[in-house]
Design a protein around this ligand. Sequence first.
Ligand SMILES: [Zn+2]
Length: 312
Amino acid sequence: MSGRLLILCWHNVTPTWFFPGPRGAHTRGLASQVRALQRFCTPVDLEQALDDLALGKPLPPRAVALTFDDGYRDNLDSAIPLLEALGVPATYFLVSGLLDGETAPWWELLGWAFARSKERTVNWRGQSLRGGATPQRYPDFWPHAEGLKALDRSGREAALEELIEALAPQGPRPDWHRMFLDWDGAREMARRATVGSHTRWHGILSRESHEEQAVELLHAAERIRSELGVPARTLAYPNGGQGDYDAGSIAGAQAAGHDYAVTTENGLNAPPIAPFEVQRLVLDPLDGVTVLRRALRAPGLGGWLRGAPPAS
Ligand SMILES: [Zn+2]
């Protein structure tokens, strides 16, 4: 028994506009990662494990909790059946504004605009970009993506519309409920797994005032409770790095009734835990088992694997 918890985070498990890949590769990658985890870790339920840690109760050896962010439809269609078959619990963090159809997933909108653009060269904010592929093809794209994250919601929406106009993507905008859950899908998910909140707008919380954060977090928590009939005990901060949330986010999360909030800062959680700064490690299904193994042996997590059987 031990008192340390590793929490892992995935997003989509099939190709999307922003995270493309060969058909089937994401699902195969996730399956191989989870099977590897089962060989040398003990999968546990996130909230139960956090409750136990908070009370100072021991956890099984190398306890690992699985989480998925953003509410991609493939989480219900692919991840849940896979994890159910393997007997592994997971928690899914949902964006109420996407479920309500009142906001677009801005990163996927950007991926779509690049992929559907026929423009050879687009000048945007002093940078030359090329349409007709995905943002991943352009190393110089990422500073701009980070720039979009640095804006508040209205600033980001304005910048994004400006870029979409320049890229002139062909065809109608996607129906996001084909890629992301609607409430019916979320209800099915909540019957089969644990759900949490991933805010209403999926903006970077620290870019907004404390008051706006409190309103957003409460709205998302109330929508989840009223539509799904369950409380969202845990919140996942969008982007989730240090600087993406602040004291206003923590106060807003508490006021919205959450018991815990998870970040994307790497690390193991051990008592005394900071319940609103619970650490997670982000993984990509396409990384497969090799990168997973390397990540688990990285400084800061290495000791966690001590005594584990060799992962084959
Ligand atoms: Zn997210």
